[in-house]
Design a binder for this molecule. Structure first.
Ligand code: 3PG
Length: 217
């Protein structure tokens, strides 16, 4: 079943489908499918392919068409026109580093479920007022990490986070133990040297270790 057929349910379903969401940057398009297959082989199915390289959209299309079991989303959404393009390429969710009025409008008009980035309580409140209850805390570690998440949970208990930015396999469990965290994001599953070398076995091993991390309830 391709990603298109496997169009995921709600954003919360997607966040619960994987304790770790790899943040992926594709420098060579030919890497996209084998990389995604290596991650899925290790049990990591939810993939965020960023638009921070020129191959982002083509990589999303290639993975959606050729990697059974992958749930592919688009990351680093910063411009409104990227939403429909990513949706049409096969992305079933989107992630942005921050939130603007233009991005709110694009999320609504494209129908692409958006996980917007926030870093302060005021930004959480603005996102929540716009209808976003699932948020990316970004950059998570510079923003205050676990301490920040626990502090936000008091006054703003009705939002759920995917913290991303500075998290590792060693520090992920402390984030996943937070009541208001459903999953974490990170680039540690996709080291550039392993991708360049075509060392897909190493990527699968990193994915296997990440998929062993479980959200603690
Ligand atoms: C990002 O958008 O760059 C992600 O937050 C990944 O951060 P990391 O490289 O620190 O995991």
């Amino acid at each position: 079943m391709s990603t298109r057929e496997n169009a995921a349910g709600s954003l919360l379903d997607i966040m619960h489908a994987s304790a770790v969401i790899p943040v992926i940057a594709i420098d060579e398009l030919a890497h996209a499918v084998p990389l995604a297959k290596a991650l899925v082989a290790g049990g990591i199915r939810v993939l965020e392919v960023t638009l921070r390289t020129a191959h982002g959209l083509a990589a999303i299309r290639a993975i959606a068409d050729a990697v059974p079991g992958a749930i592919v989303g688009v990351g680093t959404l910063t411009k409104p026109e990227e939403f429909a393009a990513a949706r049409d390429a096969g992305a079933v969710f989107g992630v942005s580093p921050g939130l603007t009025a233009e991005l709110i409008a694009a999320a609504r008009s494209s129908g692409l479920p958006l996980l917007p980035g926030v870093m302060t309580p005021s930004e959480v409140m603005v996102a929540r007022a716009a209808g976003f209850l699932q948020l990316k805390l970004f950059p998570a570690v510079p923003a205050g990490g676990v301490g920040m998440l626990n502090a936000i949970a008091g006054p703003l208990p009705d939002v759920t986070f995917c913290p991303t930015g500075g998290i590792s396999v060693e520090t992920a469990p402390a984030f996943l133990a937070c009541d208001n965290v459903a999953c974490v994001g990170g680039s540690w599953l996709t080291p550039k040297d392993a991708i360049r070398a075509g060392d897909w076995a190493r990527i699968t091993a990193l994915a296997t270790a990440a998929s062993a991390l479980r959200k603690v309830h």
